[in-house]
Design a protein around this ligand. Sequence first.
Ligand SMILES: NC(=O)c1ccc[n+]([C@@H]2O[C@H](COP(=O)([O-])OP(=O)(O)OC[C@H]3O[C@@H](n4cnc5c(N)ncnc54)[C@H](OP(=O)(O)O)[C@@H]3O)[C@@H](O)[C@H]2O)c1
Length: 478
Amino acid sequence: MTEATRFTIFGSTGDLTYRKLLPALYQLEARGLLASGLTITCVGRKPLTAVTYVATARPWIEKGSRFRVDPEIFARFEARFRYVEMEITQVEDYDLLVDESEGDHLYYFAVAPAYFEPIARNLKEAGVLNQGTHRVILEKPFGEDETHARHLNTVLTDIFGESNLYRIDHYLGKEMIQNILAIRFANRLFEGIWNRNFIKEIQITAAETIGVENRGPYYEKAGAIQDMVQNHLLQLLSYVLMDPPTSRSEEAIQRQQSDIIRSLSVTEMVLGQYSANGELKGYREESKVDPQSVTETFVALKLGSSHEKFIGVPIYLRTGKRLDQKATTITVLFKTPSSPLFDNLKSHQEMLIIKIQPDEGIYFRFNAKKPGTDQTINPVMMNFCQSCIYENRINTPEAYERLLGDALRHDKTLFTGWDMVELTWQFASALSAFKTKHGVMLQLYPANTDGPQAAQDLLHHTGSTWIRSDITEEAYAL
Ligand SMILES: NC(=O)c1ccc[n+]([C@@H]2O[C@H](COP(=O)([O-])OP(=O)(O)OC[C@H]3O[C@@H](n4cnc5c(N)ncnc54)[C@H](OP(=O)(O)O)[C@@H]3O)[C@@H](O)[C@H]2O)c1
């Protein structure tokens, strides 16, 4: 297997490239993981040169890289760059990308999915794919809806072949998501109780404090369901529920994930949109957003799974922008044991929280006896802070760094196969159908709050509440 020799970015002047891809590539450079012959070709329609492009990119790299930028390493990195000014929809311009070498070419489509097909067709038609090997990393969302995703998949598979398609969901590159499998399958303690006999409910929250920022046109089309649920949250949920895979291969893991996605059904839905609050603008006042927009910036769902281990276990997902906390967490709440020995067991819920970001760690709350002669139960906790322990010791790679490094080495394990993409689109279509059938109305919530009241009510009527990530900071006095 040859090492990649040319890495080409379509959409090189976009937010994703500046904020994520270039810092990730620089980090790989700093770790000595970029092959000496690798060149980085940035395709854009702005009139730039390699020198002016890198000068524009440098502050982003300095800001986004987890390493301080070292002049010597940066000089080596800068020397790899080539900038090609072209219009990605014009096939004639692709002559500029023809490379007669037998090398391995890796393309990154960091553009809206509507451009995936024209770029792929133009690469083929212009003869760029005639020499060497050609692989593509495809940003999410893969397609604009279920039908478009299917069409796109046929076109891209015809041109490149499934084995050369790397569909990225950067959540899978996050250390704590990989850790879910270790927590579950490397501990008898948890795997033995990972079923409906012990689990009362599961909650997954992906809360952001930021608004839509400068991504209005994209977000107007996608909304929270396509931006977060259809990919990241379903990936997370399938890692939480899946049966043990038979191997570490991409196929074995995704087979189990797919079984979970197939087993899901939605029973309740709340959609919200943030409104102005003090200094903070409402979604409809954001730049390039329709002042009458009905796009959801918040979604809360109650789901069920027909997987035999989880029948009857309510699964709650919620995600939103402009909420009052930034946290992605998975919370597993356990059923209360019945014991005649203690009076107040019911009021203290045992729970396991897996903290994905920004804090990384595992919080486990369980019951112990309050010291003294009475039989009062007090919750106690174990709080493992992964980021505190490892950060300064082994420099955990960030998600894009990990995934780009994997793609350069031809490792597809953490990239999403077509089956999963298709199933998650089907799930998104089922959500749309549910919304229409039940006439789910958009609820406004003030920016910097916990989301619409209806999302709280979703749980209240089962006697539960959303567990906030800051619960892990609470101390329980003995
Ligand atoms: N930003 C993120 O954090 C993020 C995260 C996950 C996924 N994504 C996905 O990544 C993709 C890119 O997102 P983004 O936020 O980087 O978008 P963006 O900031 O709008 O950038 C889009 C890029 O595409 C280029 N482009 C658009 N039309 C073009 C054309 N006709 N010819 C040549 N270049 C053209 C733009 O070039 P100009 O500069 O010339 O306009 C720019 O470089 C989207 O699919 C998005 O959903 C983004």
